[in-house]
Write a protein that binds this ligand. Sequence first.
Ligand code: ADE
Length: 407
Amino acid sequence: MVKKAKAQVTYAKMKGIVSYFTALMKDKKLGSSHSIYQQMDFLRPESGLSVDDGAAAICYSDLPRKEPQSQVSVADFDYLKVIGTGSFGKVFLAKYRENGTYYAVKVLQKDIILSRKEERQVMCEHRVLLKTLNHPFLVKLHFSFQTKDRLYLVLDYACGGELFYHLQREWVFGEPRARFYAAQVASALGYLHSLNIVYRDLKPENILLDSTGHVVLTDFGLCKEGVVGRSTTRTFCGTPQYLAPEVLQQKEYDRTVDWWGLGAVLHEMLYGLPPFYNADRLEMLKNIIYQPLVLKPGVSNAARDLLKRLLNRDRTKRLGAKRDLTELQSHSFFSSIQWDELLAKKIPPPFIPSLSGPGDLSNIDPRFTEIPVPQSLGACEEYGATFPGFTYIKENMTSLSAETRGH
Ligand code: ADE
């Protein structure tokens, strides 16, 4: 157990602590030897937890009972390169043999998912992707299928790479560029909120660019469905440095965590580091919870005002708490943004990734592409629908975008 906790340890609280620890361990910079358990006292919730997080959980009963026989399978793709890694598996650049279209295929290991009892999280990602097929800045799911050992999500390939990759190379973005990305991310988040989905895991690595330089938000593994209006929830997993203080403290939280996340990402775009940064992870977590926000000069008053409002520790006073996206849209930092034009992708992106073709990997971090592709990936394994409802084929597959077609 973490500490001699005075308050009763409920299932939800224990789960929150384990999730927090798992999230920290996933962070490469924090080795498994770090004695975080001994130092986590300041994260202890102020009150006992009583929310039954099952209330907002995924309900399998509304998924189809009979697994549809997908006409698309593992063997229909050539798996070319690793383009991303995560806790459950890897993302590959793959070519659909039938028509030469490039996709990002997220491959998840069933045993890892089942051993971590995070099945719900994967099904959440799947369901969120199914639910959100029609937003210009959210990644699209084309197919999903499964073998005995793995789950496959076939997504649009965002060949412009991670925003984080570009930010790392350029250190900071100028305000017009940061504004453009922040506005596109904000519209995607507002759209998810309108479907009662909290994204929860906003960080630069999850913000990708397409070939034309528009944002593609990906990775819905940590989304929370069913968070309606101002209702709250308490379970969490995620990268700590972008998490809102109420999440770190396992207090109740709601969709306003995403506006904090946007503030953290905007801060990193403008200053080159996340807010409350400290090289010592634990110090940074303490800073997020207790330290006043210090914004150095060098960015406009409008940008600083927006950051202060988004990074407000009191979620009830945070920008977006009352009218969600609409409140952000009327902030002076975004006064030059024509939101309809933005959604219609009519505003020219501030940066166009240099690409030689649809399968170009030059914007993908070599850290990923250097990882060898396992031979077994495309092998026709025995079919095993141990995740009912997972198999999916996007309707109207004839409308493939020309941009992703390899010929
Ligand atoms: N990394 C994770 N998901 C991706 C996607 N859809 N396209 C490109 N890179 C990715």
